[in-house]
Design a protein around this ligand. Structure first.
Ligand SMILES: NC(=O)c1ccc[n+]([C@@H]2O[C@H](COP(=O)([O-])OP(=O)(O)OC[C@H]3O[C@@H](n4cnc5c(N)ncnc54)[C@H](O)[C@@H]3O)[C@@H](O)[C@H]2O)c1
Ligand SMILES: O=c1ccn([C@@H]2O[C@H](COP(=O)(O)OP(=O)(O)O[C@H]3OC[C@@H](O)[C@H](O)[C@H]3O)[C@@H](O)[C@H]2O)c(=O)[nH]1
Length: 336
């Protein structure tokens, strides 16, 4: 109560205003989003897109095995962004509404480097993120892979295909690891009611891939720019379907925001062999065991339930990636 001294009447004084900072905290209903593996290739593009929405607060957890702080440098210090050095094989305690769970090396040379760690990342890492989702009631999206189809006997691959995977091969740490991760997602969904989303990602390419990542698109571009022969792994007639990263990010976000658990294939159905342009020097090299002979997504489900299909053709996406590689290799921009 306060007394008005001029006329002696008593008035009620309003409570003090909260500081402007607190005020904004009270009135903003932000979406808190965790991106594991957010310092990697796809993850950092996803973070860029999520950060465009001013209602989003983004937390990245990454152990920097194949990712880099460099991919996120424009967000470091931003008030809606946090970067944590964290290995998902250890539990993580944060309060979030959504989890995009990408953490896992994706290039065969990296996932085969320490296969036991790759399995731990897929199994224990996914268990930890599901435990977190359960505790805080978050929706969780897993980036699974077309590798769950193994060396497919059905072509193109629909989500209903159970795959043809070698359980004891050198790729199994990744392929079977992701299959167990999918199983865990569905068991947490059925047993604990967790809201899950599973994307089966097909080969994705674009700027920011590690220059020496070892995957075919990054290898071929780096080799061409360095004037080296392109290493085609035998027989070269094996096929893949390549999706540009902006299309991939759009597909992942639609899946997260939609009401379907998946699994849903997200990829570009354009199918290519490794035997490219005959005017470029090619070196045929030995292949690695269990390399899938053919791969192409059936994206009918993504079209139907997400209203999604890729927009960027390989011939449009490759030059964008080439520009990025040129800059990072210190070659300057092309005059094309
Ligand atoms: N790019 C593709 O073609 C493709 C295809 C299918 C599936 N995927 C999946 O998409 C996700 C991202 O792939 P990408 O191409 O961006 O690969 P990437 O290797 O560039 O990114 C993976 C990120 O995860 C981090 N990471 C790895 N192990 C971790 C751990 N134990 N704890 C915390 N962080 C860890 C890495 O440091 C890196 O930043 C992966 O789950 C991958 O399996 C990718
Ligand atoms: O220099 C190279 C590299 C690769 N290749 C061939 O290119 C094809 C694609 O190989 P990549 O290493 O790019 O990727 P893969 O398709 O084998 O695996 C990828 O699939 C989907 C994701 O889960 C992962 O990103 C990764 O496992 C393979 O047939 C491989 O033999 C070459 O011919 N030359």
């Amino acid at each position: 109560m306060a007394t008005n001294s001029s006329n002696g009447t008593t008035t009620t004084k309003p409570p003090p205003m909260p500081s402007p900072l607190r005020n904004s905290k009270f009135f903003q209903s932000n979406m808190r989003i965790l991106v594991t593996g957010g310092a990697g290739f796809i993850g950092s593009h996803l973070v860029d897109k999520l950060m465009q929405n001013e209602k989003n607060e983004v937390i990245v957890a990454d152990n920097y095995f194949t990712g880099s702080k460099d991919n996120l440098k424009k967000w470091i210090g931003h008030p809606r962004f946090e970067l944590i050095r964290h290995d998902v094989t250890e539990p993580l305690l944060v309060e979030v509404d959504q989890i995009y769970h990408l953490a896992c090396p994706a290039s065969p040379i990296f996932y085969k480097y320490n296969p036991v760690k790759t399995i731990k990342t897929n199994v224990i890492g996914t268990l930890n993120m599901l435990g977190l989702a359960k505790r805080v009631g978050a929706r969780i999206l897993l980036t699974s892979t077309s590798e769950v189809y193994g060396d497919p006997l059905v072509h193109p691959q629909p989500e209903s295909y159970w795959g043809n995977v070698n359980p004891i091969g050198v790729r199994s740490c990744y392929d079977e690891g992701k299959r167990v991760a999918e199983t865990l997602m569905f068991d947490y969904h059925r047993q604990h009611g967790i809201e899950i989303r599973i994307a089966r990602i097909f080969n994705t390419y674009g700027p920011r891939m590690n220059i020496d990542d070892g995957r075919v698109v990054s290898n071929f571009i780096a080799q061409a720019l360095r004037g080296e022969a392109l290493t085609v792994q035998k027989p070269g007639t094996q096929t893949r379907s390549f999706c540009y990263v902006s299309d991939m990010v759009e597909g992942l976000m639609r899946l997260m925001e939609g009401d379907q658990t998946g699994p849903i294939n997200i990829g570009n159905p354009g199918e290519f062999t490794m035997l490219i342009k005959p005017d470029v020097e090619i070196k045929m090299v030995e292949n690695t065991p269990d390399d899938p002979k053919q791969r192409k997504p059936d994206i009918s489900k993504a079209k139907e339930v997400l209203g999604w299909e890729p927009k960027v053709k390989l011939r449009e996406g490759l030059p964008l990636m080439e520009e990025d590689f040129r800059l990072r290799l210190g070659l300057g921009v092309s005059r094309k």
